[in-house]
Design a protein around this ligand. Sequence first.
Ligand code: PLP
Length: 406
Amino acid sequence: MQNQAIAVGRRLDQVRYDIRGPLSRRAHELEAEGHSVLRLNIGNPGLFGFRVPQHLRDAIANALPKSEAYCHQQGLVEAREAVAAQHRRNGAAAVAERVFIGNGVSELIDLSLRALLDPGDEVLIPAPDYPLWTAATRLNGGQPVHYPCPPERAHLPDPDEIAALVTPRTKALVIINPNNPTGAVYPREILEALVAVAARHGLVLLCDEIYDSVLYDGAHFEPLAPLAGEVPCISYGGLSKVHLACGYRVGWLSVTGAARRLGDLLHALDLLASLRLCSNVTAQWAIKPALEGPNEIGALTQPGGRLHAAREAICNGVARSAFLQLVQPQGALYAFPSVDPERFPDFDDEAFALALLEHEHMILVPGSSFNIAARNHFRVTLLPEPVVLDDAFARIERELVLTAER
Ligand code: PLP
């Protein structure tokens, strides 16, 4: 017995998060051997030369003396007021008392699923998804039920298809808009239809809007909470992407909906938030200046901006390819190309990603990591300089030629 290895929790058996998974570990080994690895796997602006806006850095630096004590479990009042005010400007009936600040949206996704789920409860999640949603559902005893958002439909959900997946165990409907990994931005009619599904079946809407102002070519972002009205809705946002501050670890959620429909949800969130005392206090002082001050993301995503140019570089890389297809991303920080299934009927996205890492020292994320059955997609981030992306797509093409010859 003494020599037996410790067994980890069985609930982890079903949990995956491949964005930082085995490929990443192999990339570290290659780097340790002296190779430089081009990392297109993580949407982390700070890794690609983007700086947190100066007024947010100043806010944090000045906040140290007033950040020495724990704050309220829901977060600093000033920060929660700023989040609620932003939602109200968008037409939602948001109030600071129903806002919770967390160490990134990641923490709040886990916290809210823990508050909502009983073992076996079902959660409707887009496929492809940001895989934390599936992982956190499983970790909290729930059953993910994926609704397809395939490229043939420009990666948009079909509300009728979703309604057909509802069972008596369905608890919540997850919406990621703008979407990671596909870059789809959902039109108002679809969001209204999704709200109607939630209203009809008594579901909670969980709307991940962390990319709400990362938009290209005039795409219009429609916040869900104002459309949801009385339907229970949790909207998530944060500093990581729009404000280029991943490392500050700041996210928030805002609960809306008729009080009689929310039941004990706010108490449950409050209890879980108290168990971890509060989120990083210093970082919370950046929220108000972020939401009320100037924002660089608009300039970066417009023609002439670096993210716009990066997206063009990816689209051009796909257009030059003999094998690739892409639904142009309308928002967020990624592209989700696919290889032509007729040219590669047996394509194995994981094997391809590994071969690309070994041969070209470049890391991307296989599409199946985003909980889709198809094996012919991959995700790249559009954060690198456009010339780096030109080179990346040349490397991808070389590896595709090799794969085609095999
Ligand atoms: N939601 C989506 C859709 C994301 O893409 C990410 C990070 O990439 C997160 C949530 C988590 O963000 P954070 O924990 O940095 O706030």
